[in-house]
Design a protein around this ligand. Structure first.
Ligand SMILES: *Cc1c(COP(=O)(O)O)cnc(C)c1O
Length: 359
């Protein structure tokens, strides 16, 4: 069986370094907000060419904290509207709701799966204060067009970069990253961070993640406990220098899938510029998905669906049941994610392509 993602194998090259870090930490006896977190924040700020990086507990918290920090700074108010893609993982939408803001869903471009800039302006009202952009599956959204709309309407542009480590970023005010184990840069548990060039925002975020406190036992804000811990930061420090190389492997696998999969029943993703895609996922579309998934399973290829049910049709958001997003719904019916990871071998890729072409 070719696994969709073999996390044991992904982390195998780093095992000895992880064990060394673990022993170092046990010897030092300092587990929360120490040297490893500070080093990671410096290294990841440099890697993303940002002025500040704030380590937090996970990717969802990273987004919620950005919104809460803007509320503290007076740039957002409870009830303000935030444009979000209808076609995303539910975390993006939950983040807006958790900050007491109002998500306004917008349809994607059917080819890129990402926010369609042409659909945004019609949804802007006097209450719209921001756009949460998601780079779905690792492909850069149309940031130029979105940033132009943002500056015309004086909106905050925030990126959900949970699937986008290694992309060139442009024109946003703040970005949220997740280091969930399956991401392109994955920890060995939950972890996340925020990057920004805004010193006021960074200052509030450093406090908010730690009970709203800048100085221990003195609380400026009603904060939360969402700290990146030392052990996860240490693991991330081991892996970060290898991220570009791993993304290059993902791109070369994607290149092969795009050139060599030849089957009229399978619609391949559109990618004009490999510099704007880090292939967190390689997602095909097919009319009869259940059948194709079963066929692949019978032939020893594991696939996943990202995602089977759109947010507006989830039970948890039953108030939205009457909303209709036909492009989003069609995407959710048809998408299937092929195995994609930096440890997939050439022979495995050969086999997956051969099996797909025989379908
Ligand atoms: C993984 C993911 C998140 C959430 O990250 P967590 O660290 O699991 O909280 C948010 N948005 C997208 C698009 C994701 O893929």
């Amino acid at each position: 069986m070719i696994k969709f993602l073999d996390l044991h194998k992904v982390n195998l090259p780093y095992q000895a370094a992880f064990q060394e870090k673990m022993q170092e930490l046990l010897d030092k006896g300092w587990f929360v907000l120490g040297d490893e977190v500070q080093t990671f924040e410096q290294q990841f700020a440099r890697y993303t060419q940002s002025k500040y990086c704030i380590g937090v507990g996970n990717g969802l918290d990273a987004m919620v904290l950005i919104f809460k920090a803007y509320i503290e700074l007076g740039l957002l108010q409870k009830g303000d509207e935030i444009i979000v893609p209808a076609n995303t993982y539910i975390a993006s939408i939950l983040a807006v709701l958790q900050a007491d803001l109002t998500p306004v869903l917008v349809e994607p471009d059917v080819e890129t799966f990402n926010l369609n800039p042409n659909e945004i302006e019609a949804k802007i009202t006097a209450k719209t204060k921001g756009i949460l952009v998601v780079h779905l599956y690792g492909q850069l959204a149309d940031m130029e067009a979105i940033a132009t709309i943002g500056s015309q309407h004086n909106l905050l542009i925030i990126e959900d970069a949970a699937q986008a480590h290694g992309l060139p970023f442009l024109g946003s005010h703040a970005r949220a990253f997740s280091f969930y184990p399956g991401k392109n840069l994955g920890a060995l548990g939950d972890a996340g961070c925020i990057t920004t060039d805004d010193s006021d925002l960074a200052k509030v975020l450093f406090a908010l993640r730690n009970y709203g406190s800048e100085q221990k036992y003195y609380n400026e804000y009603l904060g939360v406990n969402s700290r990146l811990d030392e052990l996860q930061a240490a693991f991330l420090n081991v892996k970060l220098p290898h991220l570009d190389k791993e993304n290059a492997v993902r791109r070369s696998i994607a290149q092969r899938y795009l050139v060599e999969i030849r089957n009229p029943k399978i619609r391949l993703p559109k990618c004009d510029d490999f510099q704007k895609h880090v292939f967190h996922l390689f997602v095909i579309r097919t009319a009869n998905r259940a059948e194709l998934q079963e066929y692949l399973k019978q032939n020893g290829v594991e696939t996943l669906i990202h995602y089977p049910v759109p947010a507006h049709q989830q039970k948890a958001l039953s108030a939205w049941q009457s909303l209709s997003f036909p492009i989003t719904e069609a995407i959710h019916r048809e998408v299937l994610s092929l195995p994609m990871s930096p440890v997939l071998t050439a022979a495995e890729v050969d086999y997956i392509i051969q099996i797909l072409n025989q379908y």
